[in-house]
Write a protein that binds this ligand. Sequence first.
Ligand SMILES: NC(=O)c1ccc[n+]([C@@H]2O[C@H](COP(=O)([O-])OP(=O)(O)OC[C@H]3O[C@@H](n4cnc5c(N)ncnc54)[C@H](O)[C@@H]3O)[C@@H](O)[C@H]2O)c1
Length: 270
Amino acid sequence: MNTLLITGAAGIVGTALRPYLRQHYRLRLLDRRPVEGLAEGETALVGDLTDAAFVEQAVHGCQAVLHLACAHGTEIAFTATLEPNYHATLYLLEAAQRHGVQRFVFTSSHHVLGQYRTDAAPVFDDMPPAPDSYYALSKVFGEAACAAWSLRYNLGTWVIRIGNADAQVSDARRLRLWTSARDLAQLVRIGLEHPEVKHEVVYGVSDCPRALFSNARARALGYRPQDNAAEHLAPGFLSYEAMAAETSGRDYIGGAYAGAPLAPLLEPKA
Ligand SMILES: NC(=O)c1ccc[n+]([C@@H]2O[C@H](COP(=O)([O-])OP(=O)(O)OC[C@H]3O[C@@H](n4cnc5c(N)ncnc54)[C@H](O)[C@@H]3O)[C@@H](O)[C@H]2O)c1
């Protein structure tokens, strides 16, 4: 059984995926905070991905990487994304190349298309990136880096643009792009094991009513979602009408991210 390094393993997505993935791989769970409740076949590694030497040590002996860790937030400053999202992703890709890693799964986000209005196209799978934040801009960089490492170094890279991975669906926008942990785990496993994967971009979404993404490429590679977003509504689910147009960003793929200010790099002169 292969060893899979999961970065950001203590977070929401890592915690939700572990029970599905540890049945199939030895898991090396990396985070800068402690990872709780280790099960058989799981080991933990505490450290920061912005330390290149630590990344080198973390990747050694792994056959695959699932890169979840990142800095995020609607109004995150560009400079706050530089080390954790740009440098750390390159440290990981470089280490993966040096250590003969076979597959690299990068979790991107629907926010790379977040600045589009939801009525701008029937589905958005192949639209050019329109990042809604400095967080999303760093995901566009990560996706491009995966393509470069795949073609240059023959590393199999699998980009998943995750929709919304909360346990339940909280509003009408998320209803169109939600994923269950079970479906996301299925998608991760296709990326890790499908023999045709060189470099692919797919969407981390379950079956969703009025889906914003057809996810045709994932389906062509065997993805069959088991869960339907409409059957997982949260108790306080907000209908489209109940969402505030201005503050919730209900008409944009990225929701509130699309309307939030981008922190300027330089303060304007008085
Ligand atoms: N949760 C969602 O709905 C959602 C939606 C779209 C995309 N994603 C993507 O999925 C991935 C995981 O998201 P999440 O919701 O679990 O995030 P999260 O914030 O819950 O977890 C991220 C984890 O990464 C760790 N981390 C951050 N920087 C680190 C560093 N420099 N070194 C070591 N560890 C570091 C944090 O400690 C944290 O435990 C992210 O890449 C995110 O962009 C998530």
